[in-house]
Design a protein around this ligand. Structure first.
Ligand code: PEP
Length: 256
């Protein structure tokens, strides 16, 4: 089974509108017609930058999607500070990151919240990028696979096979995020393979084989090739290296 690679840039809480437009334009200027066949390219800026970034890509007619970094599961109502699926939809978001370890760690996002967000996104035809990953304490305890696979089961609870297929899973070991410490290709492959095996238990091999599992955690132009050469790693969710067009483009071009 050949799965198309994906490179998704998570800009986190970086870039004002002006800066976001400049970065989107810089990526767009380096766009190559070979990209869409080899790799789905997604940028996930802060909410306020979504429309401006999308406008750059639309104007330039490049196949680069935008995604959000969070969403609320309710469609509307008294949820001060939150953003809903219909709002993202109207902007033209194709993807939304959910369950990022920073949201789980700093904002108390639970597995149940991730599951509700995944269901709301799927219902709104926005593809969830579901993040899972263990802390250093869990890794040192030797329970990484159990921990991560339980997060996967919880995120997909009650989601049927036809809809699960639309989701992307990102394995992001917390100890490798923003630390410069990357999981070795073997460590990343071991967990991504276990994630796919869990998806196969839930949905069967055909669906699991069609779903993309990304690696995230200090991926950069120097380590990307070996990581994406692993059989169960279908691309990257990129933080730091997505904030400069030069490095993000190198990651995309590693997929060509
Ligand atoms: C992330 O936060 O999703 C991430 C992978 O960050 P970094 O690439 O900076 O480790």
């Amino acid at each position: 089974m050949t799965r198309k690679k994906m490179m998704a840039g998570n800009w986190k809480m970086n870039k004002t509108i002006g800066e976001a437009v400049a970065l989107a334009q810089d990526i767009s200027n380096q766009y190559d017609d070979r990209w869409p066949d080899a790799c789905d390219v997604v940028v996930c800026p802060p909410f306020v930058d979504l429309k401006p970034a999308k406008t750059v890509f639309e104007f330039d007619r490049v196949e680069i999607s935008v995604g959000a970094q969070n969403v609320h599961w309710e469609e509307s109502g008294a949820y001060t500070g939150e953003i809903s699926v219909p709002m993202l939809k109207e902007i033209g978001c194709a993807y939304c990151i959910i369950g990022h370890s920073e949201r789980r760690g700093y904002f108390g996002e639970t597995n149940e919240d991730v599951n509700k967000k995944a269901k709301a996104l799927i219902a709104g035809q926005i593809k969830p990028i579901i993040c899972v990953g263990e802390s250093l304490a869990v890794r040192d305890e030797g329970t990484t696979l159990e921990f991560v696979c339980a997060q996967v089961r919880a995120a997909f609870a009650g989601i049927d096979a036809g809809l699960a297929k639309e989701c992307v899973v990102a394995y992001e070991p917390i100890w490798a995020i923003g630390t410069g410490r990357t999981a070795t290709p073997e460590q990343a492959q071991e967990v991504c393979q276990a994630i796919r095996a869990t998806l196969a238990e839930m949905y069967g091999t055909d669906i699991a084989d069609a779903m993309r599992v990304l690696y995230g955690g200090s991926m950069n132009p120097g380590n990307v090739k070996l990581l994406i050469a692993q059989p169960d790693i279908d691309g990257g969710l990129i933080g730091g290296a997505a904030l400069k067009a030069e490095s993000f483009v190198q990651l995309i071009e590693a997929c060509l």
